[in-house]
Structures are given as structure tokens and as C-alpha cells.
Design a protein around this ligand. Structure first.
Ligand code: PLP
Ligand SMILES: N[C@@H](CCOP(=O)(O)O)C(=O)O
Length: 464
């Protein structure tokens, strides 16, 4: 399996290199050169397997010769052994048609753990026996940061610099990052929004002198391995609800388009997905793009779903590339124009390439609150606001197949929004312990490239 860049000029590389590198040298994102497929018989054979074994079967074609099957199995068993639920990602039924796929039973209580617990182990495996030192630079609206920090804190050969927008993550999310005092963890609060933090990270990767000197690596979903690991739970859930004979739909709360792109990949691999609903909050650039081809930036509004307060969605580029016919050079021009003007119209090929599989919805605060109340009154389920955005979209989609809403975070990560909707304040699970009693450590920096790169370059370890 080789990985090609969405912008068409970076050389194709293998899985190990794609995992350690993150962003391609031409500024694009890596994707497999062709989608591996699973036959109906192979999909059917996943029934009854553990999550870790399902992960091995689904991911094996992507890792090529860089990992033997037995090694991949060992890593999956270790990664998913840290989840607090035996099913790892259990399905919970709400009514005759709606299910929640609970993705928050990992160490930091959000779906990011599913991929990042594995990614931490992949880094360790690929660095073993080398002198290479990785400098991970990431941006977070709250969940990726804590999951990535948990996955790499205290590991040899890796430092992590994580940027979060000051004042725009919940107290629980911030403390899950800033109370980790391992010497290889560096938290930076940026005086700006998440889009700005993400743009600063991309600028560091595109500064070739810095990227090469420090072996920069990514834990955001620009890293292909993140998405690969997220493809697994679409198979796991669909098989439990009758695939491959029966079709299933998924509703996905969307920000950076990573989670829903993983569903798109599952469909490309042969999983019979009837529909993937791209659910946004009022920051609706992705809804406009899917519904009418208009991918134009507005200004970001702060909402009760901060992880979806995004305008520039990094993985949307992967959809544009794949659905649009994989013309990297044309996409590079389209992206350059978007970066210059903030405006993009999808080509007919790009829109037609996803039509029939993707639909979208924009969910406001009123509908989100309604979905939280409905889940509670219907099934006694307390859900987080991001999950509620997708559940609201799922209920309005008018489908006649089982609809699985991805439950992306534990409600206790967003206690204020949950209390406002349901009247009850969710308790933090015991596994996060004395979060509010621990010392915090972070710096606050202005949102400028000079300030951030100077801070990181002074502390990062040059690669061997
Ligand atoms: C709780 C939660 N829900 C949904 C999302 C959106 O997921 P994605 O960025 O993969 O679209 C995020 C952030 O990524 C998140 O933290
Ligand atoms: N909502 C995310 C934003 C970063 O997304 P990623 O999936 O690209 O890492 C977060 O929780 O940080």
C-alpha cells in the first residue's frame, strides 16, 4: 500500500512514513493510492469478533509490509485494552430506529482515544531502534489534545506541543491537558480561535526548514493513521445491526471532517452504508458545501459545541480529492485559491462524487437541546451536546433504515450544556480522578507564527 498526496506532487510513501510525517511536503494530505475492499463474506465474518480483532481485519490492508499481522494484533489489543467498556465502542438503543455508538470509553472520554491510543503505540513501534526524535505539533478544540497527550506523555523519543484556543475549551477539557506534567508535554494557549491554531500548525509543517530539523509529526486527523483507526467502528457497528445484508445510516457531529471521512472510507471499502449525515452546528460551512457546493468561510460563532466551531475543515480536502477524481494538481490550485479568497465552489465532479452517500444538516442550539431532552426522556440517556447535534440531524433525516449517531464525547466533559438542557449535572467518571485538584501548567502566546514557532523551536529536540 502506497500513500499519495492530495496535492499531487509529493512522492508516494509507505504506511510507516505516512504515520511519522503527518502532512505531505507539498502541503497536501496522504491517502492510500487505491481503496482496499472487503467482500460481503469478509464483512459478514466480522460478526461476533472482539473490537481489537475487528480492527486487525479492517486495518491490515492499510499497513502494508510495515507491520506483520501479529504485531498489529498486539498493538490493537494493548490500545483497546485501556477502554473501560468490554465492547470498546458499545451500541445503545434509543428507540426502534435510533442507536448511539458510544465512542467515549477511552482514557480521556472522547472518540479521539480510539485512534490516538493506537497512534501512540505506532509511534513507539516505528521509533524503536532508531535515534529519531519526533516533535509532535497539534491544534485542539479540546478533545484531540487530551487524547494525544495521554497517548504520548512520558514516552521516549517524542515531545508534544499542543495548541488550544484560550477560553474556548471546557474546564474539564483544559485540565485534562494542562494537568499532565510529564516533561515531554508542552501546552500552549493561543489568543485566537481553533482555526487560527490549526493554521499555525499547518504553517509549521509547511516551513520545511523547521519540519525537517525537528522531524515534525501530527496527531491531528491530517495524519492518515488517525482516520484509518476510526474506519473500524463503522464496520463494528454496522455488522452488529445486520450488515452486510442490511444497510445502516450514520449521523456524525462534524468539525474537521475526520470522523465522517472515516465513514466515507468504510463505504469505499464495501460497507453497505445507506447514508452518512454530516451534522454541523451554526458554523455551517460543511453543510453549505454538501448541500449546495458552497465552501465559503464565514466568521466563527462560539457555541455549546466548541469542537465543531470550525470554518476550515482539514479533511474536507481528502473528500474533494477522492470524490472529484483524484486530480492532485487541479486540487492544489483550488486550495490555493481558497486560501487566498476564503471562497470555493465544488466542481460538478466533486459534488456528484459524494451524492447519494452524504447528506447534511445544520442544527441550532434549540434543536440540539431538544435532542438532549429526547434522548433522556426516551431512554434515560444523558448525551453530550456534540452527540445531540448529530442526533437531532438523524431524527430529521427521514430515513427508513437503522440510524447510528456517533456519540463522540462523554457528557461530563460539557457539564454546563448538559445541565442547562436536562437539569442534571453529569458526574466525572472515577477514572479521571482528582482532575480539579491537580496543578496546571501551560503558557499563553499571541496567535502569531513568530511567537509560536520561536517557543517551539527553543524547546524542541532536533532529530538525529
Ligand atoms: C466531541 C467531538 N465531537 C465531534 C467532533 C468533530 O469531529 P471531526 O473533527 O472529526 O469532524 C470533535 C472534534 O474533532 C469532537 O471533539
Ligand atoms: N475537535 C477537534 C479539533 C481537531 O480535530 P482533529 O480530529 O483534526 O484532531 C479537537 O477535539 O481538538
Amino acid at each position: 500500500m502506497r500513500y499519495v498526496s492530495t496535492r499531487g506532487t509529493a512522492p508516494a510513501i509507505g504506511f510507516r512514513e505516512a504515520t511519522l510525517t503527518g502532512l505531505a511536503s507539498d502541503g497536501g494530505l496522504y491517502l492510500p493510492d487505491a481503496w482496499p475492499t472487503m467482500s460481503p463474506a469478509e464483512i459478514g465474518a466480522l460478526a461476533g469478533l472482539s473490537y481489537a480483532e475487528t480492527a486487525v481485519r479492517v486495518m491490515l490492508p492499510f499497513v502494508g509490509d510495515d507491520l506483520a499481522e501479529a504485531e498489529l494484533r498486539q498493538l490493537c489489543e494493548a490500545a483497546y485494552g485501556r477502554f473501560s467498556h468490554a465492547a470498546v465502542t458499545p451500541l445503545v438503543q434509543i428507540d426502534h430506529q435510533h442507536w448511539l455508538l458510544e465512542l467515549f470509553h477511552g482514557p480521556t472520554l472522547a472518540f479521539k482515544d480510539v485512534a490516538l491510543q493506537l497512534l501512540g503505540l505506532l509511534f513507539e513501534r516505528f521509533l524503536a531502534g532508531t535515534n529519531q526524535h519526533l516533535t509532535i505539533v497539534g491544534a485542539t478544540s479540546g478533545d484531540t489534545g487530551s487524547a494525544a497527550i495521554d497517548a504520548v506523555a512520558g514516552r521516549d523519543g517524542v515531545d508534544i506541543f499542543m495548541l488550544h484556543p484560550v477560553g474556548r475549551v471546557s474546564d474539564v477539557q483544559r485540565r485534562q491537558m494542562t494537568t499532565v506534567l510529564a516533561p515531554n508535554v508542552h501546552n500552549i494557549a493561543i489568543e485566537g480561535d481553533f482555526d487560527t491554531a490549526q493554521a499555525l500548525v499547518k504553517a509549521m509543517f509547511n516551513d520545511r526548514a523547521v519540519a525537517d530539523r525537528f522531524s515534525l509529526s501530527a496527531v491531528n486527523s491530517i495524519n492518515w493513521a488517525r482516520l484509518m483507526a476510526q474506519v473500524v467502528y463503522y464496520f463494528y457497528a454496522a455488522v452488529r445491526l445486520g450488515a452486510p445484508e442490511g444497510r445502516v445510516a450514520f449521523s456524525v457531529p462534524t468539525g474537521n471532517f475526520g470522523d465522517v471521512f472515516a465513514g466515507y472510507v468504510a463505504s469505499r471499502m464495501g460497507l453497505p452504508i445507506q447514508r452518512l449525515i454530516v451534522a454541523t452546528n451554526v458554523n455551517d460551512i460543511l453543510h453549505r458545501a454538501i448541500a449546495s457546493g458552497d465552501y465559503s468561510k464565514g466568521s466563527v460563532q462560539q457555541t455549546a459545541t466548541p469542537s465543531m466551531d470550525i470554518q476550515v475543515s482539514s479533511n474536507f480536502e481528502r473528500l474533494l480529492f477522492d470524490a472529484g477524481g483524484r486530480d492532485g494538481r487541479a486540487l492544489a490550485q483550488q486550495m490555493a485559491e481558497f486560501e487566498r479568497t476564503g471562497v470555493m465552489r465544488l466542481t460538478n465532479a466533486q459534488s456528484e462524487g459524494h451524492a447519494g452517500l452524504l447528506s447534511s444538516d445544520r442544527v441550532d442550539a434549540h434543536a440540539m437541546t431538544g435532542a438532549m431532552r429526547w434522548a433522556f426522556s426516551q431512554a434515560g440517556e444523558v448525551i453530550d451536546p456534540h452527540t445531540a447535534v448529530a442526533l437531532a440531524a438523524a431524527r430529521r433525516a427521514g430515513l427508513d433504515v437503522p440510524v447510528v449517531t456517533l456519540a463522540t464525547a462523554h457528557p461530563a466533559k460539557f457539564p454546563d450544556a448538559v445541565e442547562q438542557a436536562t437539569g442534571g449535572r453529569p458526574a466525572l467518571p472515577a477514572r479521571v480522578g482528582d482532575l480539579f485538584d491537580r496543578e496546571e501548567r501551560f503558557v499563553t502566546l499571541p496567535a502569531t507564527y513568530d511567537a509560536v514557532s520561536a517557543y517551539i523551536c527553543e524547546r524542541a529536540v532536533p532529530s538525529a
